[in-house]
Ligand binder design. Sequence first.
Ligand SMILES: Nc1ncnc2c1ncn2[C@@H]1O[C@H](COP(=O)(O)OP(=O)(O)OP(=O)(O)O)[C@@H](O)[C@H]1O
Ligand SMILES: [Mg+2]
Length: 220
Amino acid sequence: MVYIEAKNISFGYPKKNKIIENISLSILKNEITAITGHNGGGKTTLGKLLAGIFKPLGGDVLIFGDNTRELTLGQIGEKIGYLFQNPDRQIFTSTVKEELLFVNKLKGKSMDKAHRDMEELLDFFDLYSKKEEVTFNLSYGEKQRLALAAILINRPEFLILDEPTTGLDKLRKNKLSKYLTKLMEKGTGMIIISHDLEFVKSHASRIIEIARGEIIDDIR
Ligand SMILES: Nc1ncnc2c1ncn2[C@@H]1O[C@H](COP(=O)(O)OP(=O)(O)OP(=O)(O)O)[C@@H](O)[C@H]1O
Ligand SMILES: [Mg+2]
């Protein structure tokens, strides 16, 4: 099943046009797609276009049939969980505990349900001892795990993870692997944007390589 479809998309930043040039791409939901490539090739920009965070200057992106131009960020967030390359961009509250409670609170879920989700994710991501910690004081890897945990509270059907292994040691990388595999088995689709070829190769069934805003390789 095609989940995200890009049709001849192009994009540029002010003063830096042509970052993405005429890319067409169909992303399936029932496999893990990796996007790799050298620094500055346009991976993050493409990821944001596919997630509907950026709208293409030319062409269209459809998420499960809906044009991203017509979707609000709120509507997109219900479908796609997006992990930013820099976790500081993603953490909204002052403590670990609050970060894992606020989405459910916003949605009007019961305190009981909010606490259950929080405990489950704290446990899984080895953040239990940091429960009361101020988010500002967390290490980079801890912030990344917290950001990912917070995304999963929405139970999105598709994830786009931008460099998810940055700042994770081998043990935590293995744990992340297991969790991502479990999510995939439950039917969550996924794009992993990563330099980490070893990690990518052990998960993805499709690897797309980007350079200078173009697809230079797409292998299954
Ligand atoms: N906000 C911005 N304004 C102007 N140029 C930008 C902006 N963000 C990215 N760029 C430029 O767009 C190009 C692609 O950047 P992008 O972050 O998409 O690449 P990337 O492949 O994700 O890189 P990395 O491997 O370092 O994460 C680069 O030349 C970058 O300098
Ligand atoms: Mg990037």
